[in-house]
Design a protein around this ligand. Structure first.
Ligand code: NAP
Length: 310
């Protein structure tokens, strides 16, 4: 890692960060991408991506991210597989603490994405990795011929439920309301899948087990007000995400949920020279393609900003 002041440091390596890296590398800004220990963001935990333009047969999420990473590297982006733990945006030169070392930059793109939301119920943390998971692609194969529950009513829940039927003998899809917010195409796949049983108007109150592994969920039908024990071997959470922005502290303006604010349109944060892209700002669209688009916008905004300094 050079001790020079970088033109631009991109924090994050999902579609937003890597698209920004491709653009800034082609602009000969020699971007440094602080990618995290594992690059690629949330698509690394998905299977088929059918809606990213340019792939008529679809593409596997990890393959798509590897393509983006290689494209960024081929154009000259430097990738650092570490985390930023602290930032100081008080001066014209931005200071980032990366693995205990200071990195300085004239501009920064925040593209750190978001993480799965938890239910915050008894047993959830206790049985994490012992039956509780937020990644069907990572853990689904452990549930061959077993019974699992997926929680949520969005596209992720549909995707996880369908995927898990490759292994599980039965999948309960537990949703707190009586309709899904997922796209119609995803819903159709769920309704057509005989292994999936939807439990509408249902909330999970507790994850139970034998101290080693999950064996049931305490659930309540919120319309009838009746609670019961549902035998399952696993619970997969697909209830949305929270932004990975805690490390930013009060260095940049964030909303009450922690999403980084954009001021004056485009990708500008309230700090000159600090830009934002992808899910750490956008809680509305949350698509790989919109994150990539915003990464492009942030990279172009960086170029303009740097030109304005010269
Ligand atoms: P989401 O759309 O925000 O859906 C979250 C779901 O979890 C909602 O149904 C919500 O219920 C439920 N939920 C939230 N908090 C809950 C709680 N505390 N207890 C119980 N249920 C709770 O999240 P997502 O499914 O992860 O999708 C995020 C974005 O990524 C979306 O824009 C989606 O289209 C996109 N996505 C796209 C694809 C694809 O196209 N291949 C795949 C995955 C995700 P309510 O409905 O009642 O609010």
């Amino acid at each position: 890692m050079s001790q020079d002041i970088r033109e631009v440091v991109i924090i994050g390596s999902g579609p937003a960060g890597l698209t920004a890296a491709i653009y800034n590398a082609r602009a000969r800004l020699n971007p440094l991408v602080v990618a995290g220990v594992e690059y690629g963001g949330q698509l690394m935990g998905t299977t088929d991506v059918e809606n990213f333009p340019g792939f008529p047969e679809g593409i596997m999420g990890p393959q798509l991210m590897m393509n983006m990473l290689n494209q960024a590297k081929n154009h000259g982006a430097e990738i650092l597989y570490k985390y930023v733990t602290k930032v100081d945006f008080s001066g014209d030169v931005k200071k980032l603490t990366v693995d205990g070392q200071e990195v300085q930059a004239r501009s920064v793109i925040l593209a750190v994405g978001s993480s799965p939301r938890l239910l915050d119920i008894p047993g959830e943390k206790e049985y994490w990795g012992k039956g509780v998971s937020s990644c069907a692609t990572c853990d689904g194969a452990f549930y061959r011929d077993k019974i699992v529950a997926v929680i949520g009513g969005g596209d992720s829940a549909m995707e996880e439920a369908n995927f898990l039927t490759k292994f599980a003998s039965k999948v309960y899809l537990i949703h707190r309301r009586d309709e899904f917010r997922a796209s119609k195409a995803m819903q159709e796949k769920v309704f057509a899948n005989e292994k999936i049983e939807v439990l509408w108007n249902t909330k999970v109150d507790e994850v139970k087990g034998d101290d080693k592994l999950v064996n049931s969920l305490e659930i309540t039908d919120t319309v009838k007000g009746e609670s019961k024990n549902l035998e399952v071997n696993g619970m997969f959470l697909a209830i949305g995400h929270i932004p990975n922005s805690d490390f930013l502290d009060d260095q940049v303006s964030r909303d009450d949920r922690g999403f980084v604010d954009v001021v004056s349109g485009h990708t500008n944060t309230n700090i000159p020279g600090v830009f934002v892209a992808g899910d750490v700002h956008d809680h509305h669209y949350q698509q790989a393609i919109t994150a990539a688009g915003m990464g492009c916008m942030a990279a172009l905004d960086v170029e303009k900003y740097l030109q304005s300094l010269d």
